[in-house]
Structure formats: structure tokens, C-alpha cells
Design a protein around this ligand. Structure first.
Ligand SMILES: O=P(O)(O)OC[C@H]1O[C@](O)(COP(=O)(O)O)[C@@H](O)[C@@H]1O
Ligand SMILES: [Mg+2]
Ligand SMILES: [Mg+2]
Length: 334
């Protein structure tokens, strides 16, 4: 049964409804499959590798194939997925293009930790390449499904962010209240700290100053979170604030970070901006970046505007002043 989307407050844009309904239908199926875990088969089994060399899990491939099938009769012409080398044409008469990370947080499938789906929608241009190799200001909608204690859709159509929770009782996505904007109070940062030794000096200095806590230049204590599911970090930050960083680092293949611009960073950036936050590479606004390839990676920093701006200040400072941030005369000591 196709899940219905119940929206008491505002309507969903007419031309996007079939696409959104198809995404919700697959999300509800995936949610059931994920809830069954090992009872439904080995969803975490390695079944191959994608164009980036990432291991593909069974659930990555199932999710990708299910979205392609469900989108056939919607207005989607071009489909770009983390799990496919190239753009595919789904419906020659369609006027929309959809970029998708069908299953985000694959490394958590076996651990019963929240995982998700990320998508961005824009008008279709004449070719798939022409469509997706444009900057993120072309997005007309983006969102994520989080498969966690609740299955929830967060979506923007360019006028704020809306939340829909999948009711297990009725199999409908029902609109739920959400904060008007990302709360500014949280003192939480999210970064994979095991990569500390590979980071650039500004990123190390920013995190060092957070860790220094009340005795350091920031003059207050911070907490750290790292779920390793981008959707889960995004949902936490959208709900209670904070900052996320996946910077570039010195490891082979990480000179542009880990996350992909077209189907991870740009859709999340659109949502974050619609919730009053900022999303950058640490320096440049994500939505202004034109990808040079479908699977291009980009350093990714997002969260409350004040926190994201602060990261860019660390990049602006000459080396000796970044060091000064550690000391008593630190720039940020009150
Ligand atoms: O394992 P790392 O290096 O901390 O990376 C974690 C990041 O990788 C991702 O899992 C990448 O997404 P996929 O699972 O879709 O490949 C993000 O969800 C997460 O933020
Ligand atoms: Mg992902
Ligand atoms: Mg993925």
C-alpha cells in the first residue's frame, strides 16, 4: 500500500507530489525491512563496490533498485545515485531530476543504529550531466528520511523545513511540529576525531579550542558526538543545534573530504539554510559550488550560522595567529 502523506498545515507543491509519494513508499518499505534486521536476511552483507570504491552492502543495492522502480511513473527524468556510475534516464517525459544517496550510514546497518536516505530534486536539463553538474542553487526541494526510533521525513520546498513522521499504525507520513530554526544554544560538535593527525591546522585549532573547554579560549565546555550516519548527525543538529565537520584531510583520497556534493552535501545544505543555519566547505558556501563530476567530494561543515562562521575565521588567520588561539591572548578568550 502506498503511504499517504498527511499535511495539515501547507500543501505539498503539486508537481512534486508523485515523486514525494514514490520516495515515501520506498522509505516505508525500507523502514519495515530495517526493523526486521537479521530476521529479513543479511542486509549488511558485502555485495560489491560502487564507483568510488566504497563497499556496497545488500541494503544499499536494494534501496537503490527500489527507488528506481518506484520513480518510473513520476515526473523524474534523470536519476543520479551514489550506487550508480552514471546518471540514468527513468522517464523521457519527466521534467524533474533526482539525486539520491539511497542508503546513508551503511557502516551502521549491522549495529542497529539510525541510517537514512538523502535526496535533492531540481528541474531536468537536456542531459543528465548538464543537470547535475550545476550548483546547488538549482535545487527546488531536498530532504532525508531517517530510519531510527521513528522513521521521519525532513523536507524543504524552499520555504522552511517540514517534518513528517511515519505512523506504524496507519502507514501514513503525518506532519509533525518542528523547531522554526536550528537552536543556537547547543555546545556540541561532531567530527571523526580519529582523523585528528590528518587534519589541516585550522581544523585542529578549532577542535583543540573546543576541547580546551572552560579553561581554553572559548571559555566554556563542549560535548562531542559522532554517529557516522550523516542523516543522524543532521537530524540531531536540526533538532537541537551544534556543528558537524567532515573536513578534507591528509589521507589518500580524502583531499576533498569524504562526503559527496551532489547527493549528500547540497541537499543537506539546502535544508540547513532553510532552517536558518549555514553549510560550507569551511570557507565557501556549499550551494554555490559547481561539481566537476557526479561523485565529487567536498569538505563539509554545517550547523548554526555562528558556529560555521567561526570555522571560517580559523581558515582566514595566518598560521601564527591560529597558534595564538591556544594561548591566554587567544582571539576568542572573552
Ligand atoms: O566512517 P567515517 O569516515 O567516519 O564516515 C562516516 C560518514 O560516511 C557516511 O557513512 C557516508 O555515507 P554512505 O554510508 O552513504 O557511504 C556518512 O553517513 C557518515 O557521515
Ligand atoms: Mg551517505
Ligand atoms: Mg549511501
Amino acid at each position: 500500500m502506498t503511504p499517504e502523506i498527511i499535511s495539515p498545515s501547507h500543501e505539498i507543491p503539486h508537481d512534486l507530489r508523485p515523486t514525494l509519494a514514490a520516495l515515501c513508499e520506498v522509505a516505508a518499505q525500507l523502514s519495515r525491512m530495517i526493523a526486521l534486521g537479521p530476521l529479513g536476511g543479511a542486509l549488511d552483507a558485502n555485495v560489491g563496490s560502487n564507483t568510488d570504491g566504497d563497499i556496497q552492502k545488500a541494503l544499499d543495492v536494494i534501496a537503490d533498485a527500489s527507488f528506481v522502480t518506484a520513480l518510473k511513473d513520476t515526473g523524474v527524468r534523470w536519476y543520479a545515485s551514489e550506487e550508480k556510475d552514471d546518471v540514468i534516464e527513468i522517464n523521457g517525459d519527466g521534467t524533474l531530476a533526482l539525486a539520491i544517496d539511497p542508503l546513508d550510514g551503511s557502516s551502521n546497518i549491522d549495529a542497529n543504529v539510525s541510517i537514512g536516505t538523502i535526496f535533492g530534486i531540481q528541474p531536468a536539463a537536456d542531459t543528465g550531466e548538464e543537470t547535475f553538474l550545476r550548483d546547488g542553487t538549482h535545487l527546488i526541494a531536498s530532504g532525508y528520511f531517517i530510519y531510527g526510533p521513528q522513521t521521519l521525513l525532513a523536507v524543504t520546498f524552499g520555504a522552511g523545513v517540514r517534518h513528517f513522521v511515519l505512523s506504524p499504525d496507519t502507514n501514513t507520513f503525518i506532519e509533525a511540529p518542528r523547531p522554526d530554526a536550528i537552536p543556537e544554544t547547543a555546545s556540541e560538535f561532531a567530527i571523526n576525531a580519529s582523523n585528528y593527525r590528518h587534519w589541516s591546522r585550522p581544523i585542529r585549532a578549532y577542535i583543540d579550542d573546543c576541547i580546551a573547554g572552560a579553561e581554553g579560549p572559548r571559555g566554556r565546555n563542549f560535548n562531542m558526538r559522532w554517529v557516522a550516519s550523516l542523516v543522524a548527525e543532521t537530524h540531531r543538529i536540526m533538532s537541537r543545534g551544534g556543528i558537524f565537520l567532515y573536513p578534507s584531510d591528509g589521507r589518500d583520497g580524502y583531499q576533498h573530504g569524504r562526503l559527496r556534493l551532489v547527493y549528500e552535501c547540497a541537499p543537506i545544505a539546502f535544508l540547513v539554510e532553510q532552517a536558518g543555519g549555514k553549510a560550507t566547505t569551511g570557507i565557501h558556501r556549499i550551494l554555490d559550488i559547481t561539481p566537476d563530476s557526479l561523485h565529487a567530494r567536498v569538505p563539509f561543515v554545517f550547523g548554526t550560522a555562528e558556529k560555521v562562521d567561526r570555522v571560517s575565521v580559523y581558515h582566514d588567520l595566518p598560521d601564527q595567529e591560529v597558534s595564538a588561539l591556544f594561548g591566554d591572548r587567544g582571539l576568542f578568550r572573552a
